[in-house]
Design a protein around this ligand. Structure first.
Ligand SMILES: [Zn+2]
Length: 314
């Protein structure tokens, strides 16, 4: 059912994109607002087009975090800026996760850098044929990099936004680079998300010691650690509301009308992203639970093909 819903949603987006295509393609000017901002003694934030990576400068080399949108040209620009500004090479490239908007053109650093990521990242990069560096070194839970006297901890808090998202912590400077999971607006939807893992991860990150500032991957604002728990409240409330409605036997179209999340207006995107958040939360919970009156396999197929055939209780 949700595939069908998402299919129609994608088709609508596609039609809208086709209708607006040539004009939108002409109007989008990438890379007009490229910037590099120093955040702490060693940590810099770089980016453009509302999306940001980071780099850590040490006396022996640079650790770059992430690539960027493919069409932005911002990774090429960053590489030349690093060579112009600093006299040390890029020694490590850390990929926060496999999504194309954070990996694209990172292969430009392959000439000098060892690429590091979570052990789950490689199959996604290879399968999806990402335009990206492929990690040479992977780890399971935690890894420390020591370069030029700076300690950088790479931290995996379990499957959350993707099964391979990691966080980059510079504890001595109180900086946590937390791409995509740190945000002050809703996710566009919950695709590639383990919702229960995300809730656990947000709690872990909110309690991490030695964090004064949090660098998100999207949006110009630097965030604080409290932000993790605000997103946790939103996701937990959405999870519980949708689940309660499902247990009460309400179908997805009704749940989409009933769940308004008005108390989370301080987070951006309620008007635009709430509906896809509800639909994909429903999809996650449909796979999570078994109603008392068991569905047959045929009902499950009908439900995937036609959302009006979905039954969430007897
Ligand atoms: Zn992502």
């Amino acid at each position: 059912m949700v595939n069908r819903v998402l299919g129609s949603f994608s088709a609508m987006l596609l039609l809208a994109a086709l209708a607006a295509g040539p004009i939108a393609a002409q109007e989008r000017q990438w890379g007009q607002d490229r910037s590099i901002e120093q955040v702490s003694q060693s940590v810099y934030r770089w980016g453009s087009d509302g999306q940001y990576g980071a780099y850590i400068l040490t006396s022996e080399g640079i650790i770059v975090v992430d690539g960027h949108y493919c069409p932005s040209g911002t990774v090429d620009w960053l590489k030349s800026e690093l060579a112009r500004r600093h006299d040390v090479p890029v020694s490590f490239l850390v990929l926060s996760h496999d999504h194309q908007d954070h990996t694209c053109n990172s292969q430009l650093f392959d000439d000098t850098a060892v690429t590091v990521g979570h052990r789950n990242i490689r199959p996604h990069i290879v399968r999806e044929q990402r335009i990206s560096s492929v990690p040479d070194v992977t780890f399971e839970n935690e890894m420390d990099l020591h370069l030029g006297g700076v300690k950088v901890t790479l931290l995996y808090v379990g499957p959350s936004h993707s099964d391979n998202l990691i966080h980059v912590h510079v504890p001595d400077e109180g900086v946590l680079i937390s791409i995509d999971i740190a945000r002050d607006s809703l996710f566009p939807d919950l695709r590639d998300m383990d919702v229960h893992g995300m809730l656990r991860g947000l709690r872990t990150l909110s309690r991490l010691d030695n964090v004064d500032v949090v660098l998100p991957g999207h949006g110009p604002r630097l965030l604080e650690q409290d932000n993790f728990m605000r997103m946790h409240e939103f996701l937990q409330t959405l999870h519980d509301s949708v689940l309660d409605h499902m247990i009460a036997g309400r179908p997805l179209p009704e749940i989409r009308r009933l769940v308004t999340m008005e108390e989370f207006r301080d987070l951006g995107g309620i008007d635009t992203a709430l509906d896809p958040n509800i639909v994909t939360m429903y999809d996650f919970l449909y796979r999570y639970r078994e109603p008392n009156d068991r569905l047959t396999e045929f009902e499950a197929v009908s439900c995937i093909e036609d959302s009006s055939a979905c039954r969430t209780s007897d």
